[in-house]
Ligand binder design. Structure first.
Ligand SMILES: *Cc1c(COP(=O)(O)O)cnc(C)c1O
Length: 358
């Protein structure tokens, strides 16, 4: 039990766990959820763990009209020794509060948020799938619940955490994907909301994803909104290119989401004394490097897939096949190391792991 003493109402009948099934991402939910209320005169109050259930909200709730909301995404992993561990949850909570600040949502005490995540995961520990590559996805989010149609920051919110058992992102280990450079739509611009996790960013990106999926691509590569020249992200992952032995990732510029995986990749490469640079990188630079045979690898990085190699990158008339469409050695080593640490199979030299007492 945490010092916060969240009340716990246990479900009457537990659901059948989707064992043995293909755990498609985000389709199954556990028995319980965490809910806490905010009222501007009371602050955050009434944190509780209750059965996972539909919400009852006034249709005037501000979330439905002006999208005042933030979310996070992280995972709990079961180790072979039966331990349960989180990967850098403090980073997700710090980012949740940065998202809150941008969206005019009140800050949440980081210790309380971590205690809520840990307590819920502890209660739902039997839901953590055990097969290789599987985990329990944790989705904390906040919604504006005040019934009011004025455009202003709400005075009432709910902080909710739901859990979803998820399968290995790739059934046969990591596999390179095909990516199309998006030249019509943009994802974000400095001064906007691209560097925080808020729903509108994703709603606005669906059309590009839909367009590229219809042409057979997995995701889009986003370019900067002003010049349509510099690379920003791939789908909802950060992106890395290996050119002439140097790993390059776009620098955080006010429109790129600062990923926890991105930060971990940079720290690992530095730890291995491998050249890694955060700077502007244009799509032309990548195309030229490929023409000259210097583009060795490209990959995305994010919590869901960990590392996602790019086997083919298409930009209008240019089709770049990268590393013969195979997973490169840097992508492979990063994937093996990150997942090794997450599942407790490798040492954790950076203290990234936060264990849950079971
Ligand atoms: C969540 C997210 C990422 C990756 O962040 P992680 O903390 O590594 O999961 C990258 N880009 C976007 C747009 C995201 O929403």
């Amino acid at each position: 039990m945490s010092q916060y003493n969240f009340t716990f109402s246990e479900v009457m009948t537990k659901k059948t766990k989707p064992y043995g099934k293909d755990l498609a991402f985000g389709r199954y939910f556990t028995d319980h959820m965490f809910v806490m209320e905010y009222h501007h005169q009371k602050g955050w109050y009434d944190g509780k763990i209750i059965p996972h259930q539909p919400l009852t909200l006034d249709p005037a709730s501000m979330i439905f009209h002006y999208g005042q909301t933030v979310f996070e995404g992280l995972k709990a992993y079961a180790t072979k020794d039966g331990e349960i561990q989180l990967f850098r949850p403090e980073e997700n909570i710090a980012r949740l509060n940065r998202s809150n600040e941008r969206m005019c949502i009140p800050q949440i005490d980081p210790d309380l948020a971590l205690a809520a995540i840990k307590e819920l995961v502890r209660i739902e520990k039997d839901w953590i799938p055990k097969q290789e590559g599987t985990s329990l996805y944790i989705r904390p989010f906040i919604i504006a619940t005040e019934p009011y149609l004025g455009v202003a920051p709400a005075k009432q919110y709910k902080f909710i955490i739901i859990l979803s058992p998820v399968g290995a992102y790739y059934k046969e280990g990591i596999n390179p994907v095909k990516i199309a450079v998006e030249t019509e739509y943009i994802r974000a611009i400095k001064g906007g909301t691209g560097e925080v996790k808020t729903a509108g960013n994703y709603a606005g990106s669906l059309i590009a994803q839909q367009k590229s999926a219809a042409k057979g691509y997995t995701q889009v590569l986003w370019l900067d909104a002003l010049e349509r020249k510099y690379i920003e992200e791939v789908g909802s992952m950060n992106v890395f290119f290996k050119i002439d032995g140097e790993v390059i990732t776009p620098e955080l510029n006010g429109s790129i989401l600062p990923g926890v995986t991105r930060k971990s990749v940079i720290q690992l490469l530095k730890h291995w004394n491998e050249p890694v640079t955060e700077r502007k990188i244009s799509i032309d630079e990548v195309i030229t490097a490929h023409k000259e045979g210097r583009l060795e690898e490209a990959f995305g990085a994010g919590t869901a897939a960990v590392i996602s190699p790019i086997g083919e990158l298409v930009c209008e008339d240019n089709k770049l096949v990268i590393n013969n469409g195979k997973t490169g050695e840097t992508a492979r080593k990063l994937y093996d190391t990150l997942t090794g640490i997450q599942y407790g199979e490798l040492p954790d030299p950076f203290n990234w792991i936060n264990k849950i007492d079971v």
